[in-house]
Write a protein that binds this ligand. Structure first.
Ligand SMILES: [Zn+2]
Length: 299
Protein backbone atom coordinates (compact mmCIF):
# COMPACT_ATOMS: atom_id res chain seq x y z
CA UNK A 1 0.00 0.00 0.00
CA UNK A 2 0.97 3.60 -0.49
CA UNK A 3 0.38 6.91 1.27
CA UNK A 4 -1.83 8.63 -1.27
CA UNK A 5 -1.86 12.20 -2.43
CA UNK A 6 -5.04 13.74 -0.98
CA UNK A 7 -6.25 16.97 -2.57
CA UNK A 8 -7.96 19.53 -0.33
CA UNK A 9 -8.15 22.03 -3.23
CA UNK A 10 -8.69 21.67 -6.97
CA UNK A 11 -5.34 20.84 -8.62
CA UNK A 12 -6.41 23.08 -11.53
CA UNK A 13 -7.89 26.33 -10.17
CA UNK A 14 -7.05 25.83 -6.44
CA UNK A 15 -10.69 26.25 -5.36
CA UNK A 16 -11.80 24.47 -2.17
CA UNK A 17 -15.26 23.89 -3.69
CA UNK A 18 -14.54 20.25 -4.49
CA UNK A 19 -16.64 17.16 -3.89
CA UNK A 20 -16.87 13.42 -4.58
CA UNK A 21 -18.33 12.58 -8.02
CA UNK A 22 -17.92 8.83 -8.74
CA UNK A 23 -15.78 5.75 -8.19
CA UNK A 24 -13.95 4.03 -11.05
CA UNK A 25 -11.90 0.84 -11.21
CA UNK A 26 -8.38 0.37 -12.53
CA UNK A 27 -9.28 -2.27 -15.14
CA UNK A 28 -5.82 -2.46 -16.69
CA UNK A 29 -3.37 -3.15 -13.90
CA UNK A 30 -4.28 -3.15 -10.19
CA UNK A 31 -8.08 -3.78 -10.32
CA UNK A 32 -8.31 -1.29 -7.40
CA UNK A 33 -11.08 1.30 -7.03
CA UNK A 34 -10.34 5.03 -7.02
CA UNK A 35 -12.61 7.98 -6.26
CA UNK A 36 -12.98 10.81 -8.74
CA UNK A 37 -13.78 14.29 -7.41
CA UNK A 38 -15.31 17.29 -9.13
CA UNK A 39 -14.44 20.99 -8.83
CA UNK A 40 -17.56 23.14 -8.70
CA UNK A 41 -15.53 26.20 -9.62
CA UNK A 42 -13.77 25.19 -12.88
CA UNK A 43 -15.41 21.75 -13.52
CA UNK A 44 -12.09 19.88 -13.56
CA UNK A 45 -12.37 16.34 -12.26
CA UNK A 46 -9.43 14.62 -10.61
CA UNK A 47 -8.59 11.24 -9.16
CA UNK A 48 -8.58 11.61 -5.38
CA UNK A 49 -6.02 9.87 -3.13
CA UNK A 50 -3.76 9.03 -6.07
CA UNK A 51 -0.31 7.45 -5.77
CA UNK A 52 2.45 10.07 -5.62
CA UNK A 53 4.96 10.40 -8.43
CA UNK A 54 7.33 8.04 -6.56
CA UNK A 55 4.61 5.44 -6.05
CA UNK A 56 2.71 5.40 -9.32
CA UNK A 57 5.32 3.39 -11.29
CA UNK A 58 3.76 -0.04 -10.57
CA UNK A 59 0.41 1.17 -11.95
CA UNK A 60 2.04 1.44 -15.38
CA UNK A 61 3.47 -2.10 -15.26
CA UNK A 62 1.34 -3.92 -17.79
CA UNK A 63 2.06 -5.37 -21.20
CA UNK A 64 -1.39 -4.07 -22.11
CA UNK A 65 -0.23 -0.49 -21.68
CA UNK A 66 -0.03 0.09 -25.39
CA UNK A 67 1.74 3.43 -25.63
CA UNK A 68 4.75 1.93 -23.84
CA UNK A 69 4.84 -1.57 -25.24
CA UNK A 70 3.88 -1.09 -28.90
CA UNK A 71 2.15 -4.49 -28.60
CA UNK A 72 0.29 -5.68 -31.70
CA UNK A 73 -1.59 -8.47 -29.90
CA UNK A 74 -5.36 -8.54 -30.34
CA UNK A 75 -7.82 -6.83 -32.64
CA UNK A 76 -8.10 -3.51 -30.77
CA UNK A 77 -4.31 -3.12 -30.61
CA UNK A 78 -3.95 -3.92 -34.31
CA UNK A 79 -6.55 -1.31 -35.09
CA UNK A 80 -4.65 1.18 -32.90
CA UNK A 81 -1.52 0.71 -35.02
CA UNK A 82 -3.42 0.98 -38.28
CA UNK A 83 -5.05 4.22 -37.22
CA UNK A 84 -1.83 5.61 -35.74
CA UNK A 85 -0.24 5.77 -39.17
CA UNK A 86 -3.13 7.88 -40.35
CA UNK A 87 -3.19 10.12 -37.29
CA UNK A 88 0.58 10.77 -37.54
CA UNK A 89 -0.09 12.48 -40.86
CA UNK A 90 -3.02 14.50 -39.60
CA UNK A 91 -1.10 15.59 -36.48
CA UNK A 92 1.77 16.87 -38.64
CA UNK A 93 -0.66 18.82 -40.85
CA UNK A 94 -2.30 20.33 -37.77
CA UNK A 95 1.07 21.47 -36.34
CA UNK A 96 2.08 23.09 -39.61
CA UNK A 97 -1.26 24.80 -40.10
CA UNK A 98 -1.51 26.38 -36.65
CA UNK A 99 2.16 27.25 -36.22
CA UNK A 100 2.34 28.64 -39.75
CA UNK A 101 5.73 26.88 -40.05
CA UNK A 102 6.78 24.12 -42.44
CA UNK A 103 9.65 23.27 -40.08
CA UNK A 104 10.50 24.55 -36.61
CA UNK A 105 11.52 23.64 -33.08
CA UNK A 106 9.20 21.08 -31.55
CA UNK A 107 9.03 19.64 -28.04
CA UNK A 108 6.93 16.47 -27.69
CA UNK A 109 6.28 15.66 -24.03
CA UNK A 110 5.35 12.06 -23.20
CA UNK A 111 6.57 10.68 -26.49
CA UNK A 112 5.77 7.00 -25.76
CA UNK A 113 7.80 4.92 -28.21
CA UNK A 114 8.53 8.05 -30.26
CA UNK A 115 6.40 7.47 -33.37
CA UNK A 116 5.19 11.07 -33.60
CA UNK A 117 8.58 12.59 -32.73
CA UNK A 118 10.29 10.41 -35.35
CA UNK A 119 7.71 11.39 -37.97
CA UNK A 120 8.19 15.12 -37.32
CA UNK A 121 11.96 14.71 -37.34
CA UNK A 122 11.63 12.97 -40.70
CA UNK A 123 9.76 16.03 -41.96
CA UNK A 124 12.65 18.31 -41.07
CA UNK A 125 11.50 19.54 -37.67
CA UNK A 126 14.11 20.05 -34.96
CA UNK A 127 12.47 17.67 -32.54
CA UNK A 128 13.11 17.09 -28.83
CA UNK A 129 11.08 14.44 -27.04
CA UNK A 130 10.63 13.54 -23.36
CA UNK A 131 9.47 10.19 -21.97
CA UNK A 132 9.66 8.82 -18.40
CA UNK A 133 9.34 5.10 -19.21
CA UNK A 134 12.64 3.23 -19.62
CA UNK A 135 11.21 0.55 -21.90
CA UNK A 136 9.54 3.11 -24.15
CA UNK A 137 12.82 5.02 -24.47
CA UNK A 138 14.64 1.81 -25.40
CA UNK A 139 11.93 0.97 -27.94
CA UNK A 140 12.22 4.44 -29.50
CA UNK A 141 15.97 3.97 -29.90
CA UNK A 142 15.50 0.51 -31.40
CA UNK A 143 12.63 1.32 -33.76
CA UNK A 144 13.37 4.87 -34.84
CA UNK A 145 16.96 5.49 -33.73
CA UNK A 146 15.94 8.51 -31.64
CA UNK A 147 17.02 9.42 -28.12
CA UNK A 148 14.19 10.43 -25.80
CA UNK A 149 15.13 12.54 -22.78
CA UNK A 150 13.83 12.31 -19.23
CA UNK A 151 10.89 14.60 -18.35
CA UNK A 152 12.91 16.67 -15.84
CA UNK A 153 14.64 18.26 -18.85
CA UNK A 154 11.47 20.36 -19.18
CA UNK A 155 12.63 22.47 -16.25
CA UNK A 156 16.08 23.03 -17.78
CA UNK A 157 15.43 24.33 -21.30
CA UNK A 158 16.40 27.94 -21.96
CA UNK A 159 13.52 30.46 -22.30
CA UNK A 160 11.65 30.52 -25.64
CA UNK A 161 13.49 27.41 -26.74
CA UNK A 162 10.63 25.99 -28.87
CA UNK A 163 8.03 27.07 -31.42
CA UNK A 164 5.56 24.31 -30.62
CA UNK A 165 4.94 21.98 -27.67
CA UNK A 166 2.80 18.86 -28.11
CA UNK A 167 1.29 16.56 -25.49
CA UNK A 168 -0.76 13.72 -26.98
CA UNK A 169 -2.73 12.19 -24.12
CA UNK A 170 -0.08 13.16 -21.60
CA UNK A 171 -1.19 16.15 -19.49
CA UNK A 172 -3.68 13.95 -17.62
CA UNK A 173 -0.71 11.88 -16.35
CA UNK A 174 1.46 14.74 -15.04
CA UNK A 175 1.77 15.21 -11.27
CA UNK A 176 3.28 18.71 -11.40
CA UNK A 177 0.39 20.24 -13.36
CA UNK A 178 1.03 23.88 -12.37
CA UNK A 179 4.79 23.52 -12.80
CA UNK A 180 4.35 22.13 -16.30
CA UNK A 181 2.15 25.07 -17.32
CA UNK A 182 4.66 27.56 -15.92
CA UNK A 183 7.34 25.94 -18.05
CA UNK A 184 5.14 25.89 -21.18
CA UNK A 185 4.90 29.65 -20.75
CA UNK A 186 8.62 30.03 -20.08
CA UNK A 187 9.95 28.01 -23.04
CA UNK A 188 7.55 29.30 -25.72
CA UNK A 189 7.74 32.76 -27.31
CA UNK A 190 4.66 35.02 -27.44
CA UNK A 191 2.43 33.46 -30.11
CA UNK A 192 4.07 30.03 -29.61
CA UNK A 193 1.70 27.08 -29.89
CA UNK A 194 0.82 24.48 -27.30
CA UNK A 195 -1.12 21.43 -28.52
CA UNK A 196 -2.81 19.35 -25.83
CA UNK A 197 -4.91 16.25 -26.51
CA UNK A 198 -6.87 14.87 -23.55
CA UNK A 199 -10.01 12.82 -22.93
CA UNK A 200 -13.23 14.75 -22.38
CA UNK A 201 -15.49 13.57 -19.56
CA UNK A 202 -18.32 15.77 -20.91
CA UNK A 203 -18.54 13.65 -24.09
CA UNK A 204 -21.51 11.46 -25.02
CA UNK A 205 -19.55 8.23 -24.52
CA UNK A 206 -18.46 9.35 -21.02
CA UNK A 207 -22.10 9.97 -20.12
CA UNK A 208 -23.15 6.62 -21.58
CA UNK A 209 -20.56 4.44 -19.83
CA UNK A 210 -20.46 6.30 -16.49
CA UNK A 211 -17.84 4.83 -14.18
CA UNK A 212 -16.97 2.23 -16.89
CA UNK A 213 -15.80 4.95 -19.26
CA UNK A 214 -12.35 3.68 -20.23
CA UNK A 215 -10.77 7.13 -20.46
CA UNK A 216 -11.06 7.66 -16.70
CA UNK A 217 -8.16 5.15 -16.62
CA UNK A 218 -7.52 5.60 -12.89
CA UNK A 219 -5.10 6.08 -11.23
CA UNK A 220 -2.88 6.81 -14.26
CA UNK A 221 -5.15 9.67 -15.29
CA UNK A 222 -4.78 12.13 -12.45
CA UNK A 223 -7.08 14.73 -14.06
CA UNK A 224 -10.23 14.47 -16.17
CA UNK A 225 -10.63 17.64 -18.23
CA UNK A 226 -13.74 19.39 -19.53
CA UNK A 227 -13.37 22.08 -22.20
CA UNK A 228 -14.30 24.69 -19.57
CA UNK A 229 -11.61 23.52 -17.12
CA UNK A 230 -8.99 23.59 -19.89
CA UNK A 231 -9.95 27.16 -20.76
CA UNK A 232 -9.67 28.13 -17.08
CA UNK A 233 -6.24 26.52 -16.66
CA UNK A 234 -4.98 28.06 -19.90
CA UNK A 235 -6.15 31.53 -18.87
CA UNK A 236 -4.48 31.23 -15.46
CA UNK A 237 -1.15 30.59 -17.20
CA UNK A 238 -1.29 33.20 -19.97
CA UNK A 239 -2.61 31.04 -22.81
CA UNK A 240 -5.72 31.27 -25.00
CA UNK A 241 -7.45 28.44 -26.83
CA UNK A 242 -7.34 29.26 -30.55
CA UNK A 243 -9.07 26.08 -31.79
CA UNK A 244 -10.41 22.72 -30.63
CA UNK A 245 -10.44 19.58 -32.76
CA UNK A 246 -12.27 16.29 -32.35
CA UNK A 247 -10.28 13.03 -32.24
CA UNK A 248 -12.60 10.80 -34.23
CA UNK A 249 -10.94 7.45 -33.66
CA UNK A 250 -10.78 7.94 -29.90
CA UNK A 251 -14.58 7.77 -29.69
CA UNK A 252 -14.52 4.24 -31.13
CA UNK A 253 -11.40 3.11 -29.29
CA UNK A 254 -12.66 4.30 -25.90
CA UNK A 255 -16.13 2.84 -26.55
CA UNK A 256 -14.63 -0.57 -27.39
CA UNK A 257 -12.59 -0.62 -24.18
CA UNK A 258 -15.54 0.67 -22.13
CA UNK A 259 -17.75 -2.12 -23.51
CA UNK A 260 -15.13 -4.61 -22.37
CA UNK A 261 -15.00 -3.14 -18.86
CA UNK A 262 -18.78 -2.91 -18.55
CA UNK A 263 -19.78 -6.26 -20.05
CA UNK A 264 -16.64 -8.40 -19.90
CA UNK A 265 -16.75 -8.65 -23.70
CA UNK A 266 -16.53 -6.05 -26.44
CA UNK A 267 -19.94 -5.67 -28.07
CA UNK A 268 -18.50 -4.30 -31.28
CA UNK A 269 -21.78 -3.09 -32.72
CA UNK A 270 -22.75 -1.28 -29.50
CA UNK A 271 -19.27 0.24 -29.33
CA UNK A 272 -19.39 1.35 -32.93
CA UNK A 273 -22.84 2.86 -32.44
CA UNK A 274 -21.74 4.78 -29.32
CA UNK A 275 -18.58 6.00 -31.04
CA UNK A 276 -20.66 7.09 -34.02
CA UNK A 277 -23.08 9.02 -31.80
CA UNK A 278 -20.24 10.82 -30.00
CA UNK A 279 -18.68 11.76 -33.31
CA UNK A 280 -21.97 12.95 -34.74
CA UNK A 281 -22.32 15.35 -31.80
CA UNK A 282 -18.66 16.35 -32.23
CA UNK A 283 -19.25 17.24 -35.89
CA UNK A 284 -21.33 20.18 -34.72
CA UNK A 285 -19.17 20.88 -31.67
CA UNK A 286 -15.65 19.37 -31.19
CA UNK A 287 -16.07 19.96 -27.44
CA UNK A 288 -18.46 16.98 -27.39
CA UNK A 289 -15.91 14.47 -28.69
CA UNK A 290 -14.51 11.62 -26.56
CA UNK A 291 -11.09 13.26 -26.77
CA UNK A 292 -10.33 16.82 -27.75
CA UNK A 293 -7.22 18.47 -29.18
CA UNK A 294 -6.79 21.97 -27.78
CA UNK A 295 -4.60 24.30 -29.82
CA UNK A 296 -3.40 27.05 -27.51
CA UNK A 297 -1.32 30.13 -28.00
CA UNK A 298 0.87 32.02 -25.55
CA UNK A 299 -0.60 35.50 -25.07
ZN1 LIG B 1 -11.11 23.87 -10.19
Amino acid sequence: MFTPLHYTHCPGCHSDKIQYALTAKDHTVSKEDFDIWHCNQCSLRFTQDVPTIDQIGPFYQSENYISHSNTKKGFINQLYHLVRNYTLGSKARLIKKYSGLSTGRLLDIGAGVGAFAANMKGQGWHTTALEPDTNARAEAKKQYGIDLLLPNELYLFTPQHFDVITMWHVLEHVHDLQGYWKNFHRILPVGGKLVIAVPNYTSGDAANYGSYWAAYDVPRHLYHFSPASMAELAGMHGFSIVATKAMWFDSFYVAMLSEQYQNGVTRYFAAFWQGFKSNLAALANPNKCSSVIYILQKN
